[in-house]
Design a protein around this ligand. Structure first.
Ligand code: S3P
Length: 425
């Protein structure tokens, strides 16, 4: 689907509520399915990725029913059952990697398949540590489809080179059923929703700096209320900062400190951003965020421990940086090449078409900012939801109309995206 976007004639104003966090939604269904009992999950994501997880757990025997569009009940005896057909993770890396950790410790075999993009994403990062735990996994040269021969696992002490919440979560979930303790250490702390939710559900888990230790545990079923997705809010944070005359409030934004890199960077760049009414919900920080147009943005360096805290926001941060005085340098983000697309290469090729001064480096990009976005081009989304939405935000300030090919991929994480732009227009 080709979507055209024109420059806005006035600022964005009013109030929106951001839909549910994708990472937390996945985990809520997974963890409630392996716990014994019944619970209600409120404000579940309507994104296609989270529905892939939900359908997989139905296939594995969990009883999941919708009360309304975003509220569901999950009923389980704590045991999963073998699925005779393959488990289709669609486009979702989170689904694939996290359920691999759960399935490796079952007493049955499973096959996980996915779409073309997912089948290109690296799975060695989970196969290697799971194999050290005694798992038996077949792949196609380190890629999906994955055949997981379930069996007994043993705990390990593993130091990862990657700051990846998907790998960490996979190993911790395997550790729940392994013999002995499992310790996972990462170079920088990646998003910790797994640790927080497992603690909330009373697993035996401890964190110390960038290490987490889990002991075999039974989870206690509890109702879970899902906070709004800061990665979805990020598109509006950037829109508010760069569209002249904007001043609005984004309600119910998840503010877990392992995810708020976008807010820190926006502030570092002189963005006018205020957190209002900070609260706590089902183990997660949440609040409302006020964004105001900022005519005095400055470039900055984004690197090291910033990266896992804003990894999914880097495409839209590139659009923000195009409106900041001076240079913005993104380093140590090579894993961006392993996302739904090669987000370094694709971002640079497409933003260049609309007149943004951006250069590719092996582990990031460099932007020379404060130049008008010319627009007047058709951009390819490469089947990548976050690229499609980032290009849309650039279109809101581009001199000439831009067109985005494959805009329907936004449904992967944020089907409500365009409607919320209209609500503020
Ligand atoms: C996620 C972790 C991140 C992120 C992805 C969701 C998660 O991936 O990019 O969108 O829910 O654990 P990595 O762990 O591969 O960095």
């Amino acid at each position: 689907m080709l979507k055209t976007v024109q420059k806005l004639k006035k600022g964005l104003r009013g109030e929106i509520t951001i839909p549910a966090d994708k990472s937390v939604s996945h985990r809520a269904v997974m963890f409630s399915s392996i716990a014994k009992g019944e619970c209600v999950i409120k404000n579940f994501s309507s994104g296609v990725d989270c529905h892939s997880t939900l359908n997989i757990f139905k296939q594995l025997g969990t009883n999941i029913e919708f009360i309304d569009e975003k509220t569901l009940t999950v009923k389980s005896d704590g045991n999963l059952r073998k699925s005779l057909s393959p488990l289709d993770a669609g486009n979702s890396g989170t689904t694939t990697r996290l359920i691999s950790g759960i399935l490796a410790g079952q007493n049955f075999d499973s096959v996980i398949i996915g779409d073309e993009s997912l089948s290109k994403r690296p799975m060695k990062r989970i196969i290697e540590p799971l194999t050290l735990m005694g798992a038996n996994i077949e792949s196609v040269d380190g890629h999906a489809p994955l055949t997981i021969h379930g069996g007994k696992l043993r705990g390990i002490n593993y130091s990862s080179k990657l700051a990846s919440a998907q790998v960490k979560s996979c190993i911790l979930l395997a550790g729940l059923k392994a013999e002995g303790s499992t310790t996972y250490t990462e170079p920088y702390v990646s998003r910790n929703h797994t640790e927080l939710m497992l603690k909330y559900l009373e697993a035996d888990i401890k964190t110390e700096d960038s290490s987490v230790t889990i002991y075999p545990s039974e989870l206690t079923t509890k109702d879970i209320s899902i906070v709004g997705d800061i990665s979805s809010a990020a598109f509006f944070i950037v829109a508010g900062l760069i569209v002249q005359g904007s001043d609005f409030i984004i309600k119910n934004v998840g503010l877990n400190p392992t995810r708020t890199g976008i807010i820190d960077v926006a502030e570092r760049m002189n963005g006018r951003i205020n957190i209002l009414d900070k609260r706590f919900e089902s183990g997660e920080d949440v609040g409302d965020v006020r964004i105001q147009y900022s005519d005095n943005l400055k470039g900055c360096v984004i690197e090291g421990d910033d990266i896992p805290r804003l990894i999914d926001e880097l495409p839209v941060i590139a659009v923000l940086a195009s409106q900041a005085e001076g240079q913005t340098i993104v380093k140590n983000a090579e894993d961006l090449r392993n996302k739904e697309s090669d987000r370094i290469k694709c971002l640079v090729s497409e933003l260049t078409k609309i007149g943004i001064d951006i250069a590719e480096t092996y582990d990031g990009f460099i932007i020379n900012g404060k130049k008008n976005i010319k627009g007047g081009a058709e951009l390819e989304s490469y089947h990548d939801h976050r690229l499609a939405m980032s290009f849309y935000i650039a279109g809101l300030i581009a001199e000439k109309e831009i067109a985005i090919n494959g805009f329907e991929w936004t449904k992967i994480s944020f089907p409500e995206f365009e409607e919320l732009v209209y609500n503020l227009s």
